[in-house]
Design a protein around this ligand. Structure first.
Ligand SMILES: [Zn+2]
Length: 286
């Protein structure tokens, strides 16, 4: 699954190559790619035609294209393997091309949704007054959003009887933090993933949020170098994963801070990577 920085790289690519273009026609090549659009492929294509795309927006890992002069937006679900590509018309169709959107201009490029496994797709949704698609109204702002409320987040942590990694992945509290970036931020903050959130002081919460933002901004800086080309890689291997990980995937390797071998533990059908020395497990109170 792409995480927030990869999705933001895609959003920037779409802003550059697709925003403010008017849709000439849309072609659905595989109905499964629009299965979330209940009215079906023909309705999906018909509703796009003749409308101008607004500025692509994102909240957490959710990405959408507003349709100007309507109260609707196209929500992109990237799933495991979904990609949004901007390609010249003459480029042969990709093997797993699912949706093609042509524009009513002479720029010579079109938007393609390519998805090998077809877990992803595009769907149209009504938007609220602030432009948010209704199906993601419950998703909290993400930590890179200027309107994210640090104090409200801290208060929610204090109130909740949960642990810190669960809270970081709770999309109703904070969106866009996935398993990889959670482990990275917790390692930087020297916090164990099972730490009860009620024990976090305000400075600890502030420090943790700072690390979450640093990790994401670093990934963005790496991924941001690739969106300048015509090819918009929406499933974003940003390159960050290869170079800069301090925790995730490093089981048995020395901690980059104290050289203690890193550990991996099963966690909610996934894994948590941590340094047993830098990130002490919370004491269990009898
Ligand atoms: Zn360590």
């Amino acid at each position: 699954m792409p995480e927030l920085p990869e999705v933001e790289v895609v959003r920037r690519g779409l802003e550059r190559w697709v925003a403010h273009r008017t849709v000439a026609d849309a072609e659905v090549l595989h109905p499964r790619a629009v299965r979330r659009h209940i009215a079906g492929p023909d309705d999906f294509a018909h509703r796009l035609e003749g409308h101008r795309i607004g500025t692509p927006s994102r909240r957490g890992k959710y990405l959408w294209l507003p349709l100007e002069d309507t109260d609707q937006a196209v929500l992109a679900h990237l799933g495991m393997s979904g990609q949004l590509l901007v390609q010249p018309h003459e480029t042969p169709a990709e093997k797993h091309l699912r949706i093609r959107v042509r524009f009513a201009d002479a720029l010579g490029t079109e938007l393609r949704f390519v998805d090998q496994r077809t877990f992803g797709g595009l769907s149209l949704h009504d938007t609220s007054a602030d432009g948010l698609p209704d199906v993601i109204a419950h998703i909290a702002r993400d930590p890179l959003d200027p309107l994210f409320d640090d104090e409200a987040f801290h208060q929610a942590l204090r109130r909740k009887r949960t642990t810190i990694k669960r809270a970081l992945l709770d999309q109703s509290l904070i969106s866009g933090v996935g398993n990889i970036y959670a482990d990275e931020a917790l390692w930087r903050a020297r916090l164990h993933y099972e730490r009860p959130t009620a024990t976090l002081t305000r400075p600890r919460t502030a420090e943790l949020l700072g690390h979450v933002r640093d990790v994401m901004n670093t990934a963005l800086a790496v991924g941001g170098t690739s969106f300048d080309s015509l090819y918009v890689n929406v499933n974003g291997e940003s390159g960050y994963f290869d170079r800069s990980l301090d925790a995730y995937g490093r089981e048995g390797l020395p901690c980059n801070r104290c050289a203690t071998p890193m550990r991996r533990r099963p966690w909610m059908n996934r894994s948590s990577y941590f340094c047993p020395k830098c990130q002490r497990a919370p004491r269990v109170t009898p």
